[in-house]
Design a protein around this ligand. Structure first.
Ligand SMILES: NC(=O)c1ccc[n+]([C@@H]2O[C@H](COP(=O)([O-])OP(=O)(O)OC[C@H]3O[C@@H](n4cnc5c(N)ncnc54)[C@H](O)[C@@H]3O)[C@@H](O)[C@H]2O)c1
Length: 303
């Protein structure tokens, strides 16, 4: 019998627990034994995440609210403390994806995207950490980054700015909280393949994860196309899923990781390690099979 990773007796708070990565992480934390508070700006997204956890016998509560509004953040943290008395795990997942490149981005979008990632992560870290310190809890905080925290891509100037900022925020917060035994790490998703059956059903009717980049109709004559992405082709192995991410984040929040702080984690099939000029062969052996969180959460094929 091997060792068992368990989050039993721990309480987690996941921000932006919408149907994709946040919901996958929340479900995994519940599967590993935690009680999970699911936040989202959209009330229905938070409620759907709670239903997904409860369907499998887990314990969850919805805490809708805006991560950038300090009164809101304090209110939903108090709701979690009122119900479960503690918070051991915080996952800062809420973000605004998409956007445009430097030459086309609006100040309004830029500022709001930075606010959600920056102020959202700051406020949740600050107030959850204080709640941990007051209760003597040596908890774990995980900030969700992106490949865009580490590498430059065209068309996402706000995203690149706030994800890169969150990378060093993570290290600095790890230093601020180390004296209290609280760990702060980051996880960088790399174009994961959605695997939430409800989201997949929706995507199959809507045709995509989110609208593609929107271009202004009247680009100036000097405009040059920025090139193209071939995300899947450039992965030495295959793309991960939110389930893979959930397994990793659950382990990062377990006591086995007690001295891991200020680190970034990836499950990217070797993408970030890859020499930039190298294109992997198309023919690859499949990795070992994904261990599903629950049998009915396995969706062959993905999106
Ligand atoms: N999907 C990807 O390919 C990918 C790749 C790399 C990194 N990421 C990161 O993973 C995380 C989750 O991505 P996703 O694909 O699940 O995105 P998503 O858009 O499906 O989920 C983000 C959620 O955050 C919520 N949110 C936005 N503003 C908020 C606010 N002010 N307060 C509370 N909630 C708010 C949204 O309502 C949404 O449900 C994000 O941090 C994203 O940047 C995603």
């Amino acid at each position: 019998m091997g060792v068992e990773v368990s989050l039993a007796d721990k309480v987690a708070l996941v921000t932006g627990a919408g149907p994709n990565i946040g919901s996958g992480i929340a479900l995994a934390l519940a599967r590993y034994g935690a009680q999970v508070a699911c936040n989202d700006l959209q009330e229905e997204a938070a409620a759907a995440c709670v239903r997904r956890i409860e369907r499998h016998g887990g314990e969850a509560m919805a805490i809708p609210g805006d991560v950038t509004d300090e009164a809101d953040v304090q209110r939903y943290i108090d709701e979690v403390l009122g119900r479960w008395g503690r918070i051991d795990i915080l996952v800062n997942n809420a973000a605004i994806l998409g956007g445009r490149g430097l030459l086309e981005e609006s100040l309004e979008f830029f500022n709001r995207a930075v606010e959600v990632a920056g102020a959202g992560t700051f406020l949740n870290c600050k107030h959850v950490a204080i709640s941990m310190i007051e209760r003597g809890i040596r908890g774990s905080i995980v900030n969700i980054l992106s490949s865009n925290a580490w590498q430059g891509a065209p068309g996402v100037i706000a995203y690149a700015f706030h994800k890169g900022g969150q990378a060093n925020f993570t290290r600095a917060a790890a230093m601020d909280l180390a004296p209290y035994g609280i760990r702060v790490n980051s996880y960088s998703p790399t174009a994961p393949r959605p695997d939430n059956p409800e989201l997949l059903a929706e995507l199959r009717t809507s045709g995509g994860l989110r609208p593609g980049p929107q271009s202004p109709p009247d680009r100036p004559p000097w405009w040059r196309e920025p090139g193209r992405f071939d995300v899947r082709r450039n992965m030495p192995m295959e793309p991960s899923t939110p389930t893979d991410i959930g397994h990793c984040v659950a382990w990062m929040c377990s006591d086995y990781a007690r001295l891991i702080t200020g680190c970034d984690f990836v499950i990217d099939g070797g993408a970030r390690a890859k020499y930039w000029g190298y294109t992997p062969p198309e023919e690859k052996a499949e990795p070992v099979a994904l261990i599903p969180l629950y049998d009915d959460e396995t969706m062959p094929g993905g999106f």
